[in-house]
Design a protein around this ligand. Structure first.
Ligand code: EPZ
Length: 472
């Protein structure tokens, strides 16, 4: 690596406006109607961006959503010296050739859980990493002991002091790792680290979420052999050099679930397009149980909501169980169901803080430990409420659409972390919602388009395909 100061650069830091507090004002009670297209999956995007640094050539990422978490991920990469630019066709190129630092910018890392992925990536690529303990939504303790255990098994020396995780390894070696909890983050992080380790790493009790598979698909496209992604045992054969490639990020099933639940709760009819219906099965199955009509075809799902949903019971589980990230929007739906529902949150210990906002809107919900008992009410009423986290903000926004009267949703900037164009998409479905106060600008708008077009020409798929053909 070039002998440059190991100090984060502030270049590419998302604009301050990205974190300006935002308020949304809703007038509820209107059925949603029409069609909406979902973007790329946020939780895949924030993993494939750092993963792209493992390649020795630029990586082209398509279907990257424009939301604040993605903008923060891009800023993290740029602060390390990577070049990240958008091309004329909307794809984002990541060129890690200029990677100059191995210490991750603390202000940015503190905003995002996915900053932890830089631990696996930097130690694999540069032999060392300093990553502040990652931030993210305040939904309970968010340990990274499994990430650390796996890296140590691969021969890294890892220490945690003063809120910084430092890892060092001259050369990672393959290991047989059994995860004590099924964790998306540690499965992905260890796959990334294993991509450069000597030998075949086996990750047992691995997470099976589709975005774990998406990261494996990217690694394979870079020339790293990965088998078993999507099962509970993943094998990664480390390679000394990974090459550039093109990758299309999978659709965001939680964004899709949010619009489907919104339609169901307003007794509306909405088609969500650009999805993989199979990934949404855990949510669709529960919507059907609640009396919602669900039709699937190709890359689309249409729901038609009943006048009032039926009460159901939900337990969150790792994929293919019911996703924790859809728990909060689903709880908002059940707040107006006919009968008593229970919602058990098995993944995060503190993911019911948004319930206070629902109560202010007239919901009858009692939380005991990890279970919420939801006694459905016929009618929610608008109120002034505060969002507490990303999906909690989505849940309160949906409740505002279901409720009679006006709702003011404060701290709505949480939504911008994971939803691109939430207000615009909801408005296109007939919702009465507008942003007041902060401008709400977000997204990686400052990407260098010209630079991307140059990269596209220098390293694009066409020249590579020709080169491969020439090599026979
Ligand atoms: C990912 O978080 C998602 N975030 C979360 O989505 C999602 O809720 C979660 O997976 C579960 O599906 C991103 O992908 C950026 P985990 P992650 O490691 O990777 C415990 C959203 O709304 N655990 O699968 O941090 C942990 O405490 C966000 O988009 C350990 O004990 O989750 C939790 O109980 C919120 N030790 C469980 O495992 C560890 O080292 C699952 O966590 C790691 C995790």
């Amino acid at each position: 690596m070039a002998p440059v100061p190991n100090r984060p650069s502030t270049l590419g830091t998302p604009r301050l406006g990205d974190w300006t507090m935002a308020t949304l004002r809703f007038r509820g009670g209107k059925p949603l109607w029409g069609g909406v297209r979902v973007g790329g999956r946020k939780n895949a995007a924030v993993a494939v961006l750092p993963a792209a640094l493992l390649a020795s050539e630029p990586v082209r990422l398509d279907n990257l959503p424009r939301n604040v978490d993605v903008a923060t991920s891009i800023a993290l990469l740029r602060a390390l010296g990577a070049r990240v630019v958008r091309d004329g066709r909307g794809a984002v190129w990541v060129d890690g050739a200029g990677l100059a630092r191995t210490a991750v910018e603390p202000m940015l890392a503190g905003r995002l859980r996915a900053s932890a992925y830089l631990l696996g990536v930097l130690v694999a690529r540069c032999g060392e990493a300093e990553v502040p303990l990652p931030g993210g939504c305040d939904i309970g303790a968010r340990p990274i002991d499994q990430h650390i255990k796996g890296l140590r098994a691969m021969g890294a020396e890892v220490e945690v002091a003063h809120g910084i995780v430092s890892a060092k390894a001259a050369r990672l070696r393959a290991a047989h790792i059994y995860l004590d909890v099924t964790s998306v983050g540690s499965t992905i992080n260890l796959m990334l680290a294993a991509s450069r380790a000597e030998g075949v790493t086996i990750i047992e009790n691995a997470a099976k979420e589709p975005h774990v598979v998406d990261v494996a698909t990217l690694l394979q496209a870079m020339g790293v052999p990965v088998v078993g992604a999507g099962t509970d045992a993943i094998k990664v054969r480390g390679t000394a050099v990974a090459h550039g490639c093109e990758h299309v990020i999978i659709p965001d099933e939680i964004e899709a679930a949010t619009y489907l639940i919104a339609a169901a709760g307003t007794a509306g009819e909405v088609t969500v397009d650009g999805v993989i219906p199979r990934h949404l099965e855990p949510v669709s199955a529960k919507l059907r149980e609640a009396g919602v009509e669900v039709q699937e075809w190709g890359e689309a799902i249409r729901v038609r909501g009943p006048l009032r949903p039926r009460a159901i019971h939900i337990k969150t589980l790792p994929y293919p169980g019911f996703p924790t990230d859809a728990q909060q929007p689903m709880t908002a739906l059940l707040a107006r169901a006919d009968g008593a529902s229970t919602v058990t949150e098995n993944i995060w210990e503190d993911r019911f803080r948004f319930v206070e906002g629902l109560r202010q809107m007239g919901a009858r919900i009692r939380v005991e430990g990890r279970t919420a008992r939801v006694d459905g009410v016929a009618r929610l009423s608008g109120a002034a409420v505060d969002a507490t986290d990303l999906r909690g903000a989505a849940a309160l926004a949906l409740a505002a659409l279901f409720a009679a009267g006006e709702t003011e949703l404060r701290r709505a900037e949480h939504l911008d972390r994971g939803y691109e164009g939430f207000v615009e998409k909801m408005t296109s479905l007939g919702a009465d919602v507008r942003r007041v106060g902060a401008d709400g600008a977000h997204g990686p708008e400052d990407l260098d388009r010209d630079g991307a077009e140059r990269l596209d020409v220098e390293h694009g798929a066409e020249p590579r395909r020709r080169a491969a053909a020439a090599e026979g």
